[in-house]
Design a binder for this molecule. Structure first.
Ligand code: NAP
Ligand code: ZN
Length: 351
């Protein structure tokens, strides 16, 4: 396989700072596009992966899975894109393309295992994948989405993970007019969930541990804000048809299951490393469900980008340069971000 060197930023150990690395990218094969990365968001999953919270990290790791950029090169068989087009890449860069889930557009449930944009063994090319904290990336055109021209590019980047991760379950559980939807946690995912569920027409209640974010939640579109540490507020808030849980650390799920209506669902998208406990009685009384959801397929990722373009939705971001990435990781760990860090990746090229 022919490769070229690319500048990237990554970590060589769980407790090491991210630093500049030189990585190999494959040269475009017939169905590949090469993308000059302009912006890349920082998701809490990048933090979990760098710190090896889930126990599966191979080092060095180059994180980043909220990628927007411009196509600079196309393989000879590419039909979907031309040089100069805007392009987006999220978590999924390949899958088996044959199983029932790939056929249904749910590549994230591929039976043979999908290839993650970083820290994943790419069976086809026999190499570990490196993510979006880099000057460029090479991806099969079928796993690249179009970024609508009317979206502000840096604040559109988080749609590639935070946006799709909340859009997919909100749609699956039919958030919309006449439905009470709860969102737990106002972080990267949570703040996009407020905007998207509101645009779908739901009555949106937000549960936050941060009094300081309460006013912002209303500005973001929430109808109702509950400080989850206040027992009285938790007792008197409306019952929910669905609650989307975006929390990144261990917390008590049963207090939220108790806030569901009969047949309501608590849907987990947050990925705390520790197991979470559910009381049998909490789900039995009221025929309630506890479930989860994992990002969304490629077609649905295109759908959420188009939905956001139509409803004028982007993330509230803090735009940083690559030199500030270690400070951003520390702040994200403490929940000190409003509400997504996005890296201007041209700052890596200029170093
Ligand atoms: P984030 O920006 O750090 O937001 C997480 C929010 O959770 C915080 O802002 C905070 O909100 C709340 N929180 C944090 N610690 C808490 C605690 N101990 N108790 C209660 N609430 C707490 O993270 P993110 O990027 O949105 O990601 C959230 C989680 O989703 C991560 O675990 C990430 O790995 C996971 N994720 C999953 C998928 C998927 O496909 N399922 C995709 C992307 C990310 P308040 O201050 O408002 O309480
Ligand atoms: Zn993510």
């Amino acid at each position: 396989m022919n490769v070229h060197k690319a500048k990237a930023f990554g970590a060589e150990a769980p407790d090491a700072d991210l630093k500049e690395l030189s990585i190999n990218r494959r040269e475009v094969t017939p169905h590949d596009v090469e993308i000059e990365i302009l912006y890349c968001g920082i998701c809490h999953s990048d933090l979990h992966a760098v710190h090896n919270d889930w126990g599966a990290t191979t080092y060095p790791i180059v994180p980043g899975h909220e990628i927007v950029g411009r196509i600079t090169k196309i393989g000879e068989s590419v039909t979907k894109f031309q040089v100069g087009d805007l392009a987006g890449v999220g978590c999924i860069v390949d899958s088996c393309r044959e199983c029932e889930y790939c056929h249904n557009g749910d590549e994230q449930f591929c039976e043979k295992g999908w290839t993650v944009v970083f820290n994943s063994f790419d069976r086809k090319y026999g190499a570990i994948t490196y993510g979006g904290f880099s000057e460029n990336i090479v991806v099969d055109e079928n796993y690249v989405v179009r970024v609508p021209e009317n979206l502000d590019l840096p604040s559109a980047a988080p749609i590639l993970c935070a946006g799709i991760t909340v859009y997919s379950p909100l749609k699956h559980w039919k958030a919309g007019a006449g439905k009470n939807v709860g969102i737990i946690g106002i972080g990267g995912l949570g703040h996009m969930a407020i905007k998207i569920s509101k645009a779908m027409g739901a009555y949106v209640t937000v549960y936050t541990t941060s009094q300081a974010k309460a006013d912002d939640a209303r500005r973001l579109g929430a109808d109702n804000v509950v400080l989850s540490t206040d027992a009285e507020q938790m007792k008197t808030c409306p019952k929910q048809d669905m609650i989307l849980d975006t929390v990144s650390a261990k917390h008590n799920l049963n207090t939220y299951i108790d806030l569901l209506k009969v047949d309501g669902s608590l849907v987990m998208v947050g990925l705390p490393a520790e197991p979470l406990e559910i009381g049998a009685g909490n789900v039995v009384h009221g025929r309630k469900s506890f479930s989860g959801s994992n990002i969304g397929g490629i077609a649905e990722t295109q759908e959420v980008l188009d939905f956001c373009a139509k409803h004028n939705i982007t993330a509230d971001i803090e735009l940083i340069e690559i030199n500030e990435v270690n400070n951003a990781f520390e702040r994200l760990e403490k929940g000190d971000v409003k509400y997504r860090f996005v890296i201007d990746m041209t700052s890596l090229k200029k170093r």
